[in-house]
Design a protein. Sequence first.
Length: 143
Amino acid sequence: MPYMPCSATAEIEVTTAPPPEVPPEKGVIYGWVRDARTRKPVSGASITINGYTATTDEKGYYEVSVSPGDYTVTAKKSGYREARKKVSVGVGERVECSFYLAPVLVVPSWWWYAVALGVVSLGVVAVTVWRKRVERARAGIVM
């Protein structure tokens, strides 16, 4: 069968929403929170900005209107290491402040019980072995 080239065309319309207007006498701090390892959005992250608070949406996005000034922005979520950045916002400014949160190991509460039980079990085994060696030594049995 001979090679027969073909072609196709498609029209794609890409639209982007204009940024929301900044309230007069205010500025906006906005950004995305992503997982540092997977680069996927972190939804439900808590954003604290000197008393202002927000939560990231399903895309990891947040936005907060603030008065002009200097701010410390903190992003945190259970299972991730907290991150902080300092930003300055002027009247009518939109300042991006995005984060990559590093995942941390979250140890379930039952794990400590399991570790304690394991340590006690190892201790019982060690004491039992030691006692048997002492008994054998007293009886004159050499191993």
